[in-house]
Design a protein around this ligand. Structure first.
Ligand code: NAD
Length: 289
């Protein structure tokens, strides 16, 4: 593997999943977040998933230990200095990501590549906060990162061919299939998919069908593996709202207006599986947080 030490910024559901994928492929991972509890929770989730794989005979105990040894947890931003690739997976808020990129740019050697797992924010604008826009790229893992094979790579306007080629090779070595998107709001996946979730919320709001019937319609009628409302609960309703806000602002087009009911759920703290309640309710043992 070309990258020996990979930093992951943000240990939420995506950061934890990406850490599992990368550490399983060989590189050391420094998983950084603001709070120890978040990091401990991420490691517990990864360990739990690896234990299940061992029980099912898909992984040996020795390999599980090797993967876990590859992971270092840190709340010290300076620890990211030693990374040759950093993947940012902090919340979908431009100001948070910009601050992280500015900090990383000051901290890291000029050779370090910065990637973001953003679902919708412009890579070119995030890259412009650094002095190395040629070394900034979008690596959009799907959720759950450890099991979904697709990764959407997004080139900023100034991403160099060399950066793109190195990252494409890295992602393929993680066992993923790459698609490439231009740097346009929502890229390919969320340009199509997030308005569909938003429309499902509008359909629910207008009382056209129950949450269960809307989801069943899409699962059985259109062969989607999960219904849009259940999937929104998995993604996090806060993240869905953030993405809709970005599409709405960037395109300045009313067709991307976030559903008011989605906003209400977020205001109420019903964020989906991670808080135990969204369009559905989740008993504590099935919650992802
Ligand atoms: P999350 O809320 O589960 O996790 C975000 C983590 O970032 C939290 O642990 C939080 O403590 C941490 N954080 C906040 N500020 C930070 C900072 N300044 N420095 C370091 N860490 C910080 O969110 P998530 O669902 O994991 O999403 C993360 C990113 O991945 C977002 O950009 C999102 O759009 C993208 N994404 C999400 C999904 C999904 O289905 N949830 C899928 C693909 C991409």
């Amino acid at each position: 593997m070309e990258f020996k030490v990979v930093g992951i910024v943000g240990a939420g559901q995506m950061g934890a999943g990406i850490t599992q994928v990368v550490s399983s492929a060989g590189p050391h991972v420094i998983l950084y977040d603001l709070e120890h509890e978040v990091l401990d929770h991420a490691l517990a989730q990864i360990t739990h998933r690896l234990n299940i794989a061992v029980k099912k005979g898909k992984l040996t105990e020795w390999v599980r230990e090797k993967i876990l040894k590859n992971i270092k947890l840190s709340t010290k931003f300076e620890d990211l200095f030693q990374c040759d690739l950093i993947i940012e997976a902090a919340p979908e808020k431009e100001e948070i990501k910009m601050e992280i990129f500015e900090g990383l740019d000051e901290l890291c050697p000029k050779t370090t590549i910065f990637a973001t797992n953003t679902s919708s924010l412009p890579i070119t604008r995030l890259a412009a906060t650094t002095d190395r826009p040629d070394r900034v790229i979008g690596i959009h893992f799907m959720n759950p990162a450890q099991s979904i094979k697709l990764v959407e790579l997004v080139r900023g306007w100034l991403t160099s061919d060399e950066t793109f080629a190195r990252i494409e090779q890295f992602v393929e070595k993680l066992g993923k299939t790459v698609i490439v998107s231009k740097d346009y709001p929502g890229f390919i996946i969320n340009r199509i998919f997030m308005p569909m979730i938003n429309e499902a919320v509008c359909t629910l709001t207008e009382g056209i069908g129950s949450a269960e019937d809307i989801d069943t319609a899409m699962r059985l009628g259109l062969h989607h593996p999960m219904g849009p409302l259940a999937l929104a609960d998995l993604i996090g309703l806060d993240t869905c709202l953030d993405i809709m806000e970005i599409l709405y602002t960037e395109f300045a087009d009313s067709k991307y207006r976030p559903a008011p009911l989605l906003r209400k759920y977020v205001e109420a703290g019903y964020l989906g599986q991670k808080t135990g309640r969204g369009f559905y309710q989740y008993p504590p043992e099935s919650s992802t947080s």
